[in-house]
Write a protein that binds this ligand. Structure first.
Ligand SMILES: Cc1cc2nc3c(=O)[nH]c(=O)nc-3n(C[C@H](O)[C@H](O)[C@H](O)COP(=O)(O)OP(=O)(O)OC[C@H]3O[C@@H](n4cnc5c(N)ncnc54)[C@H](O)[C@@H]3O)c2cc1C
Length: 424
């Protein structure tokens, strides 16, 4: 019998630490073939005429894939990189390298699952199996105290039950060495122009605080966060009456440059006796992320409610208001400052996301899905379940939970100022 090779399809899991598909492939096969596809679908425009991926996230992604390649090379491996539809590329590579199975981490949002279904169908024609792993959440699906269909829709109940009855698994070890077959054409890492971006599209945009994509940068950011919190110099941010902390880990978490379990255990192990308020908040925030993913798993597309048609009839001015909101020209200073920050840096803190989303929905009466689609383009940390889930909540999909969750303390300016956009 010949050697067994397993293809590891990297998607939003761009790391070598705590990565089950990589570790399992090493265990089960003689050789491992790591592959990443830049799928052109993600660089097209969506139905609301926004790019699915803005230029800042594209840059962050390129950096993250480059670092994955570097880290794999440090273990003796190589990352095959292609630009194209994974349903065409993966079967071709699988044939070329006589692969016996393909591993990937299962996604939950419908665009991502559509892609893996197409890949699965194409591989099946070659009698190859696409094996799905669960690896994007803090709590493993199989350790939940309820089946997916019975997960409480209330975050409060979800949190209470999980914290009482479930455990976070330990991280998996980072592989020492990874054996690969002889690779003839590993492929180049694309630059922004090969993904369809023009250099002038960058405009005034700049990466927030110079955050760079990739696993190493993510691990460093976590270390700095932990050190700051131990030395008690983690600076609280203030917004209206609220005080909160921001770890700025979201962009790395979204691309899987760092695992949630790694964040969790680093925080816990560095502070076995007493978690400080920012550390406690960080752990709860990770749970919010799990919650939205599990809600998507439970409800599928139903989690995103249909548009209330009276919204549009009432608001013939919708396009005008939406365009001004996007450009940071509503005339409401606080909202405009938030939108300018989003447009320039690709990052805004959680409460500002809530405030500007709530303003779009409740004051400007614009279809919330347009706002969510705009965030999809602009956010460096865009993650389907987190983005669409948060927007759906603010739009009142589940008012009881949303009102508990929403920090409804937009500065008075937002509600008191009458502006041209609102009046128009
Ligand atoms: C309208 C709207 C859209 C959003 N879109 C996204 C998105 O596309 N991607 C995204 O990662 N987050 C999204 N969030 C959630 C949240 O705003 C960001 O995760 C957070 O601001 C990132 O900053 P941080 O890393 O400093 O978070 P921290 O407060 O330090 O939290 C740590 C981590 O927990 C997770 N997290 C925190 N809050 C939430 C939340 N409410 N929902 C889900 N996960 C959370 C994130 O992974 C975050 O990195 C959105 C929130 C709103 C209101």
């Amino acid at each position: 019998m010949g050697e067994k090779t397993i293809l590891v399809w990297f998607r939003n899991d761009l790391r070598i630490h705590d990565n089950e598909i990589l570790l399992e492939a090493i265990k089960k096969a003689d050789k491992v073939l790591p592959v990443y596809c830049f799928d052109p679908y993600y660089f097209t425009k969506n139905e609301y005429n926004n790019y699915k991926t803005g230029i800042l996230r594209a840059q962050f992604l390129i950096e993250s894939v480059s670092e994955l390649r570097k880290n794999l090379r440090n273990k003796g491996a190589e990352l095959i990189i292609r630009i194209g539809d994974p349903a065409l590329i993966l079967p071709k590579i699988a044939e070329d390298y006589q692969v016996s199975e393909v591993y990937h981490h299962r996604e939950v949002a419908h665009e991502e699952t559509n892609i893996s279904e197409k890949v699965e169908a194409a591989l099946w024609k070659l009698k190859l199996n696409l094996k799905h792993f669960i690896g994007h959440t803090l709590y493993h699906k199989e350790d939940l105290p309820f089946p997916i269909k019975d997960i409480p829709d209330s975050f409060v109940l979800f949190k209470k039950k999980i914290e009482r009855e479930s455990i976070v698994r330990q991280c998996l070890p980072t592989p020492e060495i990874i054996k690969i077959p002889t690779i003839t054409n590993a492929g180049e890492i694309p630059n922004l122009s090969s993904l369809g971006f023009m250099s002038d599209m960058l405009g005034n945009s700049s990466n927030p605080q110079g955050l760079n994509g990739g696993e190493d940068a993510a691990l460093l950011q976590l270390k700095t966060n932990i050190k700051d919190s131990i030395q008690n110099n983690w600076k609280p941010l203030r917004n209206g009456l609220n005080t909160y902390y921001s770890s700025k880990l979201s962009a790395w978490i979204a691309l899987g440059c760092i695992s949630l379990r790694h964040v969790y255990w680093e925080v816990i192990n560095n502070n076995p006796e007493h978690l400080s308020p920012p550390q406690q908040q960080l752990i709860v925030d990770l749970l919010w992320r799990d919650y939205f993913r599990f809600m998507f798993k439970k409800h599928g597309q139903k989690f995103i409610p249909p548009l209330n048609s009276s919204f549009i009839e009432e608001n013939s001015n919708e396009t005008f208001a939406f365009e001004h909101w996007k450009m940071g020209k509503t005339g409401v200073d606080y909202i405009d400052a938030i939108m300018n920050e989003l447009n320039e840096t690709g990052f805004i803190i959680n409460s500002n996301r809530q405030i500007t989303a709530s303003f779009l929905i409740n004051t400007l009466k614009v279809d919330w899905r347009k706002g969510a689609a705009y965030f999809e383009e602009k956010l460096i940390d865009y993650s389907p379940a987190s983005n669409w889930g948060n927007w759906a909540f603010i739009a009142g999909y589940n008012n009881a939970i949303a009102s508990k969750y929403l920090i409804a303390t937009a500065p008075s300016k937002v509600t008191e100022n009458k502006t041209s956009v609102i009046n128009n």
